[in-house]
Ligand binder design. Structure first.
Ligand code: SF4
Length: 413
């Protein structure tokens, strides 16, 4: 059987409050608040909405002394770790570190030089607070940009490595690195280059991605190559406006790349003139009934016999439909015939049984990366002739025969 070649970038572990990032820990989803930080009620209200959406660490900006003063108050009223975001004024970093925060984010390109950076590192070290060294292409120090002529990935990585070296010289290792740009290719190349040279965990994202839905697609384009290279320990999807939709977008990207699967995966065909059932209606009902379920079960529902049996067989559970009826597969085996009106109920019953069986085996682990699809996709890419020699192919052929009998289904290929 095909084995995935996926390996995760080996990093240290860094604790942000009670959330540990890096190492083998799940990738953590974060977001950032939008009201002025000193408007405590508004900030806390937004953080509560973010918490409800699944946000795991939250960042607030600290540009003014009154924002720093609000940090203790905010921290008292929220459940998730609190990060302070500092640009330009190192004194704001020093002020923020007097409060019970869980991490500080510094932009080395605009903090005002190495001496100031060292003061912040020393205080963070004394207080036991971790730091993100957040390099941004848009605010890279001149010396690095000039060395390469423009703020390219090697220049960004040089900057990050320089500040890592300075922090290490002070005996400080609670570091997380980000190398953000609004340019997808720059982001991908910067993180890949960094991962070859250092082992501090990374916060990943495409910065200033803009307005959804394009911003979500752009973020996915930038993050997928990084995540599939095993890079990334915390993630933020930067969307214009209300930050709450960032959380669902982040989890969807993690789910699609199989870096953190925490809900059922529904596979459905786009439908076409061969469609034999009300697929949209069935998927809508399934989505509703699966809402809130955290099981990492892969469910395939396809509208006709062309790809239905093959996909259903490759999923954990699947329905291959014919005209007004279908065949349910579980773990590659055909287990039951159903009429169209019974499909949703039957699948829900089978999902419950599948969950109980997996729980019994100790293999039901929501939130843990699954890489099964790699092998399945690889199998599908294998020459059809090889499939046909595989005894399991007989199961698909049997389902096709059942669905096609009496001319009920369309012609298979
Ligand atoms: S599975 Fe069948 S109905 Fe769905 S898109 Fe493919 S050919 Fe069309």
């Amino acid at each position: 059987m095909y084995q995935s070649t996926f390996t995760r970038h080996k990093t240290r572990e860094v604790a942000i409050g009670n959330v540990v990032v890096g190492g083998d820990n799940p990738i953590v989803v974060q977001s950032m608040t939008t009201p002025d930080t000193h408007l405590v009620d508004q900030v806390v209200k937004q953080i509560h909405r973010l918490e409800e959406a699944g946000c795991e660490v939250v960042r607030v900006t600290v540009p003014k002394p009154e924002d720093a003063h609000a940090l203790t108050d905010i921290k008292k009223q929220i459940k998730i770790p609190l990060i302070c975001d500092i640009h330009f004024d190192y004194k704001m970093a020093l002020a923020a570190l007097d409060h019970p925060i869980d991490k500080i984010r510094i932009n080395p390109g605009n903090i005002g030089g190495l001496d100031r950076f060292k003061q912040v590192v020393q205080k963070a070290k004394d207080k036991g607070i971790p730091m993100r060294i957040g390099v941004n292409a848009g605010s890279l120090e001149k010396e690095f940009a000039m060395k390469y002529g423009y703020p390219c990935p090697p220049a960004m990585v040089d900057s990050a490595l320089r500040y890592i070296e300075v922090a290490e010289s002070l005996g400080y290792h609670d570091i997380i690195i980000s190398l953000k740009s609004s340019d997808v290719i720059t982001v991908v190349e910067a993180y890949r280059l960094y991962a070859k040279q250092a082992n501090y965990p990374t916060h990943v994202g495409v910065t200033e991605a803009g307005k959804p839905p394009y911003a979500v697609t752009k973020s996915a384009c930038g993050l997928a190559p990084i995540l599939l290279d095993g890079i990334g320990d915390t993630i933020r999807i930067s969307l214009l406006g209300d930050p709450v939709p960032e959380i669902a977008a982040a989890f969807d990207i993690l789910q699609a790349t199989q870096r953190r699967v925490r809900k059922p995966e529904l596979i459905a065909c786009p439908t076409c003139g061969r469609l034999e059932i009300d697929l949209e209606g069935i998927i809508a009902q399934l989505e509703k009934r699966l809402e809130g379920r955290k099981t990492p079960v892969k469910i395939s529902v396809l509208g006709c016999v062309v790809n239905g049996p093959g996909e259903a067989k490759e999923a954990d559970l699947g329905i291959a439909a014919g005209k007004g009826k279908g065949v349910i597969f579980k773990r590659g085996e055909m287990i039951r015939h159903v009429q169209e009106h019974e499909m949703v109920d039957a699948l829900m019953e089978e999902i419950a049984i599948w969950e109980a069986e997996e729980a019994e085996k100790g293999t039901l682990k929501p939130g843990v990366p699954m890489f099964k699809t790699d092998s399945r996709n690889q199998a599908r890419r294998t020459a059809r002739g090889v499939h046909q020699r595989d005894p399991r192919w007989a199961v698909i052929a049997e389902a096709e025969r059942y669905l096609i009998q009496r001319g009920d289904a369309g012609v298979a290929e």
